[in-house]
Design a binder for this molecule. Structure first.
Ligand code: ACO
Length: 447
């Protein structure tokens, strides 16, 4: 773990006044009592509120925060986001620098280990990942059981969960060596499971991993190899995919990372927790959004029809998919990099006809008061779908292309949670507003 402290994500209220006390004074007007609650990292500990009671039978004050809009559930040193300024850093390194200088495998090492690898550490890491790319032949039998039009995310979630049955040693989660092995396995096998799901939906024979190729190059090989003896990925597409993988590697406490932490907090094995995180990613409000963006652009159909569609969005009939973000209230920095990659891919594969519609949507939305007022900007998913489509992926594969690189982030979040002495099994509270105790009603008396 990296011992270096990242900047606190919350502004520190004490800055600017050396004499300011690091506490919050609260007066409970129900009782007239006052409390002094310590502030650390611009945050109060929710459990400190429990002392605020109206009497001995009172459970104590809780906070109500559906969807965790303003609650930090962990201390993390992995990814830093400043949503107002559009900043994203992994372990202190700006995403723009990593996209320019790094590779996905190096970035995954950084995210998991806290530091960039030395030359020998990187070659050792790449060796182990590429030597865990094969999957048990029985996995193919599960895939064969799926209908030809099964969604690849459904197949991916199921086969990741199935991996836990092949590796019972993965239950040894407090053994560092075991965790390392499962990390190699998960990062190594995710592209294989994804590619096999794709080949199954086409009815094509599976193409086995080629360890001579790079991580994205091997993935392309497993997806697209046909009769050639040796698959040689197009370098532009291979590089574009590598950058897309870097951009998707982690994003702090998003829905799927939180699912990974929550499920992992029960001390289940990492394959089962990763299956849960992948399921969270599948939803159209999260990783499924890139698929929805493409469907939306196809539904709009032409540049001329964009204003009418935007009108429907503003009337609340539709959501503009690929727009808006819980954290970013400025242009998503990943979207800016992706726009650059799109041009490189279109140079090789030809211009995606939906691009003009996307550009018009962005153009209108960035100037429209509805979107400006709500700080709705294109997010990471707005342009990725266009790139993936141009590279030859069907829309159902888009969230799968997100899940592969996000596995390194999920594993880093999972390990950080496991090793954090402050973490326990995740168990939120509720405000119960249902019936009070009442008598059972016999069937003949029910209306
Ligand atoms: N289109 C139209 N209006 C929107 C959109 C959108 N895409 N997103 C938010 N709004 C509006 C809401 O209706 C709301 O308006 P109101 O104040 O008049 O009620 C306001 O903006 C605030 O939106 P919230 O729903 O409170 O924002 P929240 O932070 O809960 O949601 C989310 C964030 C889920 C990403 C949302 O913006 C959305 O659904 N976007 C479309 C789906 C998408 O692209 N998801 C991918 C996100 S990136 C990722 O997960 C990898």
């Amino acid at each position: 773990m990296n011992p270096v402290q990242q900047p606190a994500s919350r502004p520190d209220a004490s800055q600017g006044s050396a004499k300011a006390r690091e506490s919050l004074s609260i007066t409970d007007n129900r009782t007239g009592k006052s409390y002094d609650v310590p502030i650390k990292d611009g945050t109060i500990n929710a459990v400190d509120l429990r002392q605020i009671k109206t009497g001995p039978d009172d459970f104590g004050m809780m906070t109500y925060d559906p969807a965790f809009n303003n609650t930090a559930a962990c201390i993390s040193r992995i990814t830093y986001i400043d949503g107002e300024k559009g900043i994203l850093r992994y372990r202190g390194y700006p995403i723009e620098t990593l996209a320019e200088k790094s590779t996905y495998l190096e970035t995954a090492y950084l995210i998991l280990h806290g530091e960039l690898p030395t030359k020998s550490q990187l070659s050792d890491w790449a060796y182990h990942i590429s030597h865990h790319t094969f999957i048990h032949e029985s996995t193919k039998k599960f895939l064969d059981g799926f209908h030809y039009d099964a969604h690849p995310m459904g197949m991916l979630i199921s086969t990741i969960a199935a991996l836990s049955t092949f590796y019972p040693d993965a239950k040894d989660i407090f053994n560092e060596e075991s965790r390392r092995k499962q990390t190699y396995r998960l990062i190594g096998k995710m592209p294989t499971l994804a590619a096999f799901a794709y080949r199954h939906s086409l009815g094509m024979p599976y193409s086995y991993p080629d360890n001579d190729l790079s991580y994205p190059g091997n993935f392309l090989n497993m997806l697209f190899k046909t009769t050639e003896m040796k698959y040689r990925p197009n370098p532009t597409l291979e590089h574009a995919l590598d950058i897309l993988f870097i951009l998707h590697a982690d994003h702090e406490q998003n829905c799927s990372a939180s699912a990974m932490r929550n499920v992992g907090s029960s001390h289940v094995d990492p394959f089962s927790a990763t299956a849960a995180a992948t399921a969270a990613l599948y939803g159209p409000l999260h990783g499924g959004a890139n698929e929805e963006v493409l469907r939306m652009l196809m539904e709009i159909g032409s540049v001329a029809k964009v204003p009418a569609y935007i009108k429907r969005v503003k009337a609340g009939e539709k959501k503009l998919m690929g727009f808006g973000h819980r954290i970013y209230k400025n242009y998503d920095p990943r979207a800016r990099i992706i726009k650059g990659i799109a041009d490189q891919v279109f140079d090789v594969m030809g211009r995606n006809p939906l691009l003009d519609i996307a550009l018009e949507v962005e153009h209108i939305a960035l100037e429209d008061e509805y979107f400006v007022k709500r700080k709705l900007y294109p997010n990471v998913d707005f342009y990725t779908g266009l790139i993936y489509q141009s590279m030859g992926f069907p829309v159902t594969m888009f969230p799968v292309l997100f899940a592969i690189p996000r596995t390194s982030g999920w594993l880093a979040q999972w390990e950080e949670m496991l090793l954090d002495p402050e973490q326990k099994i995740a168990r939120p509270r509720q405000i119960y507003k249902g019936y009070d105790k009442r008598p059972y009603v016999p069937m003949e008396q029910r209306s």
